[in-house]
Design a protein. Structure first.
Length: 336
């Protein structure tokens, strides 16, 4: 193993229009001790041919074909050939600012603890950035400003998939890319959290995230849920704080019902609450929706899962629970 080498794992499927710009941005890095492990996931365009041209000119590029199918297999195929002490992932349609690898390695070298390094991101496109992507970019970057990644993990993936770096030993400790659960990036971040990694971050923009119509996150079925309740509940119930505790669900709209189904399918008993008068008293999925005015104020508090996405309503709910002595991500959890 090369203790200063950064291994950049790149899964790729049909990225021909963007791949050269991506690989050129790696060549332009101020930190030069890197290797690219490029894994072609059965592309139907000229992605592999483009990568092979880079490999022919620079031995730091290694080109492989996916030993299996899909992004998880591609990540593992590439990772198994990597040699660096530092591990990071890159998307084949994105761009690295020149200082990215230098900043991330510096962050890790300064830390004695198990940690993951990250930085701010910026979306770009030829057209107009969709509002959802703008909001996600702002949210991710605010997590860095306030250093509260793990407080928000119940809501969304708090570390962008192509903007992190870890030391190999730490990466191996948390299971590396060895997962069969989608979305694979959120699954990895949950394992970072459960292994109590510390997040160290830069306030510089370290990744340029391209928005385009062919992005996997826009088109593959495994990424379309946007709530990922199966994944969240599976990991949450493994944590000590959910052992032998009462579970309350707040919210009886579309997402509340979806979360209720997941809880029921996992045989997790819960009480269901809403502050919507049109829902209170109704029997849904054999649960009577109760009035949130009856939420306990006692010292021993239940765990409340909030499935309400309207920003103003959510702010009111959080304020209400704060006034009752509940603590965010300790007693109540924002799930959407």
């Amino acid at each position: 193993m090369n203790h200063n080498l950064v291994s950049i794992v790149i899964p790729c499927k049909n990225a021909e229009p963007f791949l050269k710009e991506c690989l050129d941005s790696i060549l332009a890095q101020t930190y030069t001790n890197w290797e690219v492990i490029f894994c072609n996931d059965h592309s139907e365009d000229n992605s592999l041919e483009i990568a092979l041209k880079f490999a022919a000119l620079d031995k730091r590029f290694v080109c492989l074909n996916n030993a299996g199918n899909g992004i998880i297999d591609a990540l593992n195929t590439a990772y198994n050939r990597s040699k660096g002490n530092f591990i990071t992932r890159m998307d084949a349609d994105d761009i690295m600012p020149p200082q990215k690898l230098q900043v991330l390695t510096n962050l890790l070298n300064l830390q004695p603890d198990d940690c993951v390094a990250t930085g701010k991101v910026k979306y770009f496109t030829k057209g107009t950035i969709q509002l959802g992507f703008k909001n996600y970019e702002h949210w991710l970057n605010q997590l860095i400003n306030f250093d509260n990644h793990w407080e928000e993990i119940y809501k969304e993936c708090v570390i962008p998939s192509p903007c992190w770096m870890m030391k190999r030993a730490v990466f191996e400790k948390i299971g590396a890319f060895k997962s069969t659960q989608y979305p694979e990036d959120y699954d990895l971040v949950w394992r970072m959290f459960l292994n109590q990694l510390r997040v160290v971050s830069s306030k510089e923009i370290l990744h340029l995230w391209r928005d385009h119509a062919l992005r996997a996150s826009r088109n593959l079925e495994v990424y379309k849920s946007q709530t990922y309740f199966d994944l969240k509940i599976g990991y949450m119930m493994k944590t000590k704080q959910f052992n032998d505790t009462n579970i309350f669900l707040w919210g009886a709209g579309k997402k509340g019902k979806a979360l209720a189904k997941i809880l029921g399918s996992n045989n997790i008993n819960f009480e269901w609450y809403s502050n919507n008068p049109k829902k209170i008293g109704f029997n849904i999925y054999e649960k009577i929706i109760q009035n949130t005015r009856h939420i306990p104020t006692s010292k021993i508090k239940p765990k409340i899962l909030i499935a309400v996405s309207n920003a103003s309503q959510l702010a009111e709910i959080c304020s209400f629970l704060d006034d009752l002595g509940y603590k965010k991500s300790k007693n109540y959890f924002v799930m959407v």
